[in-house]
Design a protein around this ligand. Structure first.
Ligand code: 5GP
Ligand code: MG
Ligand code: MG
Length: 182
């Protein structure tokens, strides 16, 4: 079972639900009278996106894009590739980019620049997790769920080698799973 590969649970289902509600409340307040477009960065943010959007009470639209920067390893390469672009135009829209985790910042600094060039009316970043200790490129975050230490986490959408996304909580993976000690 997947459970055996988890060293410890960092955020339970209940803790995630509570924090996602708080973020949604902030967005509801900030976007009153507006109609934001939420952009989910696949694949890691799909669970967070689904939970977050169901707590958003202002009218909104959604779109998805996919970038890859990782392969199977656990550290960023700095090489970012768009593997699936948005379906809709963002020019003049109030966009909120929804990410699973901000780590080195390589992926998001590239992505935010790319989206900015398409001239949205406004652009904010919402990330569920943030590993500030690992930052290489500066990225401005508007909504952040939890700051976490430098450990590799999985679950609630986040994978290791495409697995563990279906875990309903966020946990720290046993290092032996990815070839480390432990
Ligand atoms: P960055 O470019 O900021 O270094 O990396 C961002 C991406 O790396 C995230 O969107 C995520 O896909 C992946 N990532 C970074 N840290 C972790 C982690 O602890 N666990 C998992 N599963 N993915 C991570
Ligand atoms: Mg991501
Ligand atoms: Mg991944």
């Amino acid at each position: 079972m997947l459970e055996q590969d988890i060293e410890r649970v960092l955020f339970s289902e209940e803790e995630l639900d509570k924090r996602v509600s708080e973020i949604a409340a902030e967005i509801n307040r900030d976007y009153a009278g507006k109609e934001p477009m939420l952009i989910s960065v696949l694949r890691g943010s799909f669970v967070f996106m689904a939970d977050l959007t169901r707590k958003i009470e202002v009218p909104c639209t959604i779109d998805f894009m996919s970038v890859s920067s990782y392969g199977k390893g656990t550290t960023s390469t700095g090489q970012v590739q768009i593997t699936k672009d948005l379906s809709d135009d963002i020019e003049g829209k109030d966009i909120i980019v929804v990410e699973d985790i901000l780590d080195s910042g390589n992926t998001l600094s590239y992505l935010m620049e790319l989206l900015r060039a398409r001239k949205p009316a406004s652009m904010k970043l919402c990330t569920l997790l943030d590993k500030p200790d690992r930052r290489v490129k500066e990225v401005h975050v508007d909504y952040s769920g939890f700051a976490i230490p430098d450990e590799f986490v999985v679950g609630y959408g986040l994978d290791y080698a495409e697995k563990y996304r279906n875990l309903p909580y966020i946990g720290i993976l046993k290092p032996r799973v990815y070839g480390g000690e432990g």
